[in-house]
Design a protein around this ligand. Structure first.
Ligand SMILES: Cc1ncc(COP(=O)(O)O)c(C=O)c1O
Length: 392
């Protein structure tokens, strides 16, 4: 059986993580891994989530099955968080999923069932896992222009040009906020232009919302999704709680579809349940149950929001420090780092330079120059900037 398999290509992130662990240098710096880190380099459990888990422990009476779409209460609270109170609830259906990845995979299978010939247009670059997740549903993928490597922003005119010739009925994958890996986002005026383009051309938005609250704020980061939901007849959203609730390993997420009518939503929602049943049968519950407690309790919700605001503000402070150090040391303008959002930035570096930073300076980042800004702190920002400036 297994002799027919060829060895899988090593995952670049896992390879870099392993090399970092083995590196004996005391001053080594890790900005490769995509998890939030605090000033001490840890990824703590959010206090409100810990409290919710204690409540869950004390109150939960059963762990019997929930059903393929998960917990209706969790799904409704997540719909509120993502779509707001003004959403047309009658046209939205939700499935609780194992993380944002589960939501993406479920929605990709739904698209493949509904429109097997659709091409999914993905930004260049995009998160490394988008390709395997979407392609495993059998969908064709095509890149559209997105990141301006030299200026650190979005190549908006080129993006519009590429999407304007996409085939009607095709799918456009958009990062709802905090684009991974670049940190470069559309502004609201640009979202409106893209929304109108998709509407006029009959394109279907699939929005990946993995960092709500880490860009400008919970409400602000949902703005693009809410705008699209107000104008599009149909769309889908994959939401993740991994980062904003720091429940990475508990696998908490939600897949949403907005259909053209309540009747169409019923059919598509039932199909989500069938597809989920064939993949994981039921989504894992523990993390989602804790998130539900946080979202429905006013006090815990306020505490969670305050902790999330703290994470975002720390990232913004690190961005400001990094941009000023890089600008000072290189005599080039790195202010784009402060305009980017979320945990990631792509710095202008070649694969070879990223390798030299690892080998010669003990600085671990991804081969495409992606750094996790949250991996920086008061101690290592200046040494990181110095190593970068002397290597490029
Ligand atoms: C852009 C993007 N989408 C989705 C996810 C999904 O995350 P998870 O499945 O851990 O919730 C991630 C996680 O890194 C991400 O960066």
């Amino acid at each position: 059986m297994f002799e027919t398999l060829t060895p899988a290509k090593p995952d670049p992130i896992l390879t870099i993580m392993a090399a970092f662990r083995e590196d004996k240098r005391a001053d080594k710096i890790d900005v490769s891994v995509g998890v939030y880190k605090d000033e001490a380099g840890g990824t703590p459990i959010v206090a409100a989530v810990r409290e919710a888990e204690l409540l869950l422990h004390a109150q939960q009476q059963t762990k019997t099955y929930l059903g393929p779409l998960g917990d209706v209460g969790f799904n409704d609270l997540m719909r509120g968080l993502v779509f707001g109170q003004q959403a047309d609830k009658a046209r939205i259906r939700t499935a609780q999923t194992p993380g944002g990845c589960g939501a993406l995979r479920l929605l990709a299978d739904l698209v493949a069932a509904a429109r097997p010939d659709a091409t999914v247009h993905i930004p260049d670059p995009t998160w490394v896992n988008h390709e395997p997740l979407l392609a495993s549903s059998g969908l064709k993928l095509k890149s559209y222009s997105y990141f301006d490597r030299a200026g650190g922003g979005v190549r908006f005119d080129a993006m519009v040009r590429d999407l304007a010739v996409a085939k009607p009925g095709d799918v456009v994958l958009l990062h709802g906020c905090c684009h991974n890996p670049t940190g470069a986002d559309l502004d609201m005026a640009q979202w409106k232009t893209i929304g109108t383009l998709m509407l006029d051309r009959g394109l279907f938005p699939l929005v990946d919302l993995a960092y709500q609250g880490l860009g400008f704020g919970l409400e602000e980061d949902a703005g693009p999704v809410r705008h699209l939901a107000s104008i599009m007849p149909e769309m889908a959203v994959a939401a993740s709680c991994s980062k904003n609730f720091a429940v990475y390993r508990d696998r908490v997420g939600a897949a949403f579809i907005l259909a053209s009518s309540a009747a169409a939503a019923d059919v598509a929602g039932a199909k989500l349940a069938t597809i989920g049943r064939g993949m994981w049968s039921m989504p894992p519950d523990h993390g989602a149950a804790a998130v539900k407690i946080v979202l429905e309790d006013e006090g815990l919700r306020a505490n969670w929001k305050a902790e999330l605001d703290g994470m975002r503000e720390r990232i913004q402070m690190l961005r400001a420090n990094l941009a000023s150090e890089l600008t000072r040391l290189t005599n080039s303008d790195f202010s784009f780092v402060t305009r980017q959002t979320g945990m990631f930035s792509c710095l202008p570096l070649t694969d070879g330079q990223a390798q030299r930073l690892r080998d010669e300076r003990g600085v671990y980042l991804l081969p495409d120059g992606r750094i996790n800004v949250a991996g920086l702190n008061a101690q290592n920002t200046a040494p990181f900037a110095k190593a970068f400036a002397e290597t490029r």
